[in-house]
Write a protein that binds this ligand. Structure first.
Ligand code: HEM
Length: 500
């Protein structure tokens, strides 16, 4: 038996360490940007309007006031330093600061780990180093080239879906068909799976993924659910766990069937001959220098990660770009001229074509600046770090607010205006390397960024050469920040076919 005095002493030391740590943070935050009225129940969450339009305006006002950073308490025990200027972000992304994981209170990354496990997005340390090395070949140009046919096929289906949705001249929610197209693309490229989701709608697996994302973001704003013990016993937690099981069962089934196919030397899929080397092939055949491959659980985690990271992101980037274009007919015409000129009467868009689309690329870059696809990422400082003249202690969790960085009025001229010209190749080299980082920067940057840009360029080009888009101004899109930027209200546009 441990004597009671020892138990009391240990508890006292823990309590003391905990109190001094949080008093330290309150003093530090006060000295940096002042304390936005702190509540012992909610931290500063009661001041934050939420992950929506009002929340964007709140953070924007902070960047006008503080320029580099401000503090935020995600509940009384979770201090967070929000960074949104190249000078405050640079020291963090240039360091090897890991993703925040594994504390008493779950972080955003911990919350996703039941679903995505220790896949590339979530993991840290030697596991991440090894897996990043093993997976990098999956994004080699030679592999990416073979996906061009997939992008063409899927975006042609999207064009016919948009024709149907707009056939009566009414406006429709653009986000939905664009999302199904992106899902179709990633399912074909990840494991050569043709789900027909664009024409038949989402199946159980896809609906489960959408719901998981919603539950994940809600948990981030519910302090009592930061404790895994509490969350796992709540109705939301039980639902989250159940949906994870649904998604895992489907991924495991797909992996299992492919493994058997590979072992039997049969190069076909359920839906006919498999023409491309997909991500799953890379995962199943990747081995390190000792000849050791990924474990079955590693493979499932990476499949789930690619599906998650490679679907909602390109949906958001493509949809927000098209939404801005729907408010700028002059830019649509420039894209149209560019694409028609490059194609010169050909139907399908090729690898060389997408690399010649200078103006289309500028429009996408500006689209994912003004409405940044992945609005927020986080890191834990490994060591004391000087950030714009202040020493921030090791162990602090910082949030790199990419959305706010990209509209920071102390960084950008006319930050809230859609102006693709700012991404003219002659101007890009004048930018600070940490001023425009939609795919993040440093060692943990996006592994899928070329895949994503190729897909978005081809999709935007194909839509604009087929339709004139116009925004339905009576129903403006309201932004909603989840791990990716979405809309609360839909993204209502009109689409007029160019050839009737
Ligand atoms: C517009 C499209 C995309 C954007 C803006 C984007 C953005 C990002 C960002 C900001 C990160 C850093 C996340 C963090 O630090 O927590 C990231 C990481 C990642 N992205 Fe993307 N992404 C896009 C598309 C894709 C696609 C298509 C894939 C896969 C097919 C993908 C796979 C990943 C993975 C696996 C990581 C983790 C990389 C690592 O830590 O090693 N992304 N992405």
């Amino acid at each position: 038996m441990i004597p009671l005095a020892v138990v009391v002493a240990v508890l006292f030391v823990l309590l003391w360490r905990y109190i001094s740590k949080y008093l330290g943070y309150r003093a530090l935050f006060n000295s940096l940007t002042g304390e936005p009225s702190f509540s012992y129940l909610l931290g500063s969450l009661h001041k934050y309007p939420g992950p929506n339009e009002e929340g964007i305006e709140y953070d924007f006002a902070m960047s006008k006031k503080f320029k580099y950073m401000h503090n935020m308490w995600m509940g009384p025990l979770k201090p967070l330093l929000m960074l949104y200027h190249p000078d405050s972000i640079r020291p963090v992304l240039k360091s090897s600061a890991p993703k925040p994981r594994g504390g008493l209170l779950s972080t955003a990354y911990d919350m996703g780990s039941r679903w995505l496990g220790e896949g590339l997005l979530n993991s840290n340390g030697p596991r991440w180093v090894r897996n990043r090395r093993l997976l990098t070949p999956a994004f080699h140009f030679d592999i990416l080239k073979s996906y061009i046919d997939v992008y063409n096929e899927c975006s042609n289906i999207l064009v016919s879906q948009i024709k149907k949705l707009s056939s009566g001249g009414q406006s429709f929610d653009l986000f939905e068909p664009v999302g199904l197209c992106a899902l179709d693309v990633i399912q074909r490229c990840a494991f050569s799976y043709h789900s027909d989701c664009q024409t038949k709608g989402e199946n159980e697996y896809e609906l489960a993924m959408s719901e998981l994302m919603g539950l994940w973001i809600n948990r981030n704003f519910t302090p009592k659910h930061f404790l895994e013990w509490v969350y796992s016993r709540s109705p939301e937690g039980k639902r989250f766990y159940h949906l994870c099981d649904v998604v895992h069962a489907v991924s495991e089934d797909i992996i299992d069937k492919r493994r058997k196919h590979l072992e039997s030397g049969d190069a076909t899929t359920k839906n006919g001959p498999k023409k491309i080397k997909d991500f799953l092939d890379t995962l199943l055949t990747a081995v390190d220098e000792d000849g050791v491959g990924l474990s079955p659980l590693d493979i499932r985690n990476e499949v789930d990660t690619f599906l998650f990271a490679g679907h909602d992101t390109t949906t958001s980037g493509t949809a927000w770009t098209l939404y801005h274009l729907s408010q700028h007919p002059e830019y649509q015409e420039k894209i149209y001229e560019e694409v028609v000129g490059i194609l010169d009467g050909r139907e399908n868009i090729t690898w060389d074509d997408i690399h010649s689309m200078e103006f289309t690329t500028m429009c996408i870059k500006e689209g994912i600046r003004l409405d940044t696809t992945v609005p927020l990422i986080q890191r834990d400082l490994l060591e004391d770090t000087e950030i714009v003249g202040h020493v921030i202690p090791a162990g602090t969790t910082v949030c790199i607010h990419l959305y706010n960085l990209h509209i920071n009025p102390t960084v950008w001229d006319k930050p809230r205006q859609y102006m693709p010209e700012r991404f003219h190749p002659d101007k890009i080299h004048q930018m600070d390397p940490f001023q425009y980082i939609p795919f993040s920067a440093g060692s943990r940057n996006c592994i899928g960024q070329h895949f994503a840009m190729n897909e978005m360029k081809l999709t935007v080009a194909n839509i604009i050469r087929n339709f004139k888009l116009a925004c339905d101004v009576s129903k403006p899109a309201r932004r909603f920040l989840t791990p990716t930027l979405k809309t609360e209200s839909g993204m209502m546009v009109y689409a007029e076919p160019r050839v009737k």
